[in-house]
Ligand binder design. Structure first.
Ligand SMILES: Nc1ncnc2c1ncn2[C@@H]1O[C@H](COP(=O)(O)OP(=O)(O)OP(=O)(O)O)[C@@H](O)[C@H]1O
Ligand SMILES: [Mg+2]
Length: 353
């Protein structure tokens, strides 16, 4: 039987459709309560440089990167996991929140949604306030912030509220976050600004120094996704290759070089070393009782970076712990935020106050 309260609450929720957002450096995902993930698009805004007018948001804006005429720029409002361009972050949030409402086909005056947003652990108070302000001005009624590693752990269905240690490593575009969680709280954590974007930069520098080839960000990312690896190929004769196209720095003319997995593993060595060392140090800082839980439960990895070939094996080799990739690593954080928003007691435990 419905109590009147829960009934009106349900109606309220039906119209307000509370949402969880993973406002990532690379991708923004929106999870609507009761519906699931409805939006996943690049965190990019295209603007007119002179008038600051927003021309496109998301996929349409990303298509313009590197191809825009002089007066149009494609902006990524987040750098290293935090808002670097406030106006554009607000414009992006507003656009995505409105889109959730519009897809209902209703033209009513709809109550504003409650919003749960994942943010990197260890961001400053000023950075947190920037997220809250952008969300409120973007159309939210109330904003809950959840640290990304906590959200990732919830999204990966780890027993975060139990008295047992769980470890997650989320490797996104701007930040890599590693955390050990127990009893609804973070026991030890690190957040470093070495992640997917840094891997792309490393590919750009490597192409320059090894092949005198100037490649763009999009090419570097595509090569990394196609053949990037954290360990050399098990069989050197069975490696995937990819054509890397750019401009020859000597002649100024277009040039194509075919590269393989082992070359990429070598090129990505430095940033991967940093990521793996930070995972090891996070484990070293963990109390011994909890470390023994980790040996049992293993480490879960999420974020787009978790998909880098053989990264799970590499982390397992170096930490001597079992490592599992979350079933859908690009959506772990947003699913976790959504789940927290659905369970009020969990939300009250894990939200940042
Ligand atoms: N198959 C793949 N192999 C390697 N890297 C990948 C793969 N797929 C995506 N990535 C990388 O994952 C990153 C994006 O991941 P994700 O969407 O989790 O980041 P984000 O949440 O937007 O960033 P952040 O959490 O740092 O704010 C990009 O750098 C992208 O190049
Ligand atoms: Mg992320």
């Amino acid at each position: 039987m419905y109590s009147l309260d829960s009934f009106s609450d349900k109606i309220w929720r039906y119209f307000a459709h509370d949402i969880a957002i993973d406002l990532g450096t690379a991708n923004t995902l929106v999870y609507v309560l009761g519906k699931g993930i409805t939006i996943r698009e690049p965190s990019t805004v295209a603007v007119n440089k002179r008038t600051r007018e927003v021309l496109a948001v998301g996929s349409n804006a990303k298509k313009m990167i590197g191809k825009t005429p002089a007066n149009i720029v494609a902006i990524r409002p987040l750098r290293n996991g935090v808002i670097s361009d406030f106006d554009m972050a607000e414009a992006m949030l507003k656009y995505f929140i409105r889109r959730v409402h519009r897809s209902r086909g209703l033209n009513l005056k709809i109550p504003k949604p409650r919003l749960a947003i994942g943010i990197p652990s260890g961001v400053t108070e000023v950075e947190r306030k920037a997220v809250i302000d952008a969300a409120i001005r973007g159309g939210a009624r109330k904003v809950y912030l959840i640290e990304e590693p906590m959200a990732a752990a919830i999204g990966a269905n780890l027993p975060v509220e139990d008295p047992t240690g769980s470890m997650v490593v989320d490797i996104g575009g701007g930040t890599s976050e590693m955390a050990v969680i127990s009893l609804g709280g973070i026991v030890t954590s690190r957040s470093i600004r070495v992640a997917g974007d840094e891997l792309d930069n490393e590919v750009i520098n490597w192409a320059k120094s090894k092949y005198n080839l100037l490649i763009g960000e999009k090419t570097a990312e595509a090569i990394k996704i196609a053949i990037g690896a954290a360990l050399p190929a098990p069989d050197p004769n069975k490696q995937a290759t990819a054509a890397m196209r750019g401009r020859d720095l000597k002649t100024g003319l277009p040039k194509e070089v075919v590269v393989n997995e082992d070359e990429l593993a070598e090129a990505l060595k430095r940033p991967l070393r940093v990521i793996v060392d930070n995972i090891k140090e996070t484990i070293e800082e963990t109390p011994p009782e909890i470390i023994s839980d980790l040996y049992q439960n293993g480490i879960i990895i999420s974020g787009g970076g978790a998909l880098l070939k053989r990264l799970d094996q590499r982390i397992s080799l170096e930490t001597k712990m079992p490592v599992h990739i979350d079933e859908d690593p690009l959506t772990t954080v947003v699913r976790g935020c959504g789940k927290a928003l659905e369970e009020l007691t969990l939300l009250s435990k894990v939200q940042i106050t």
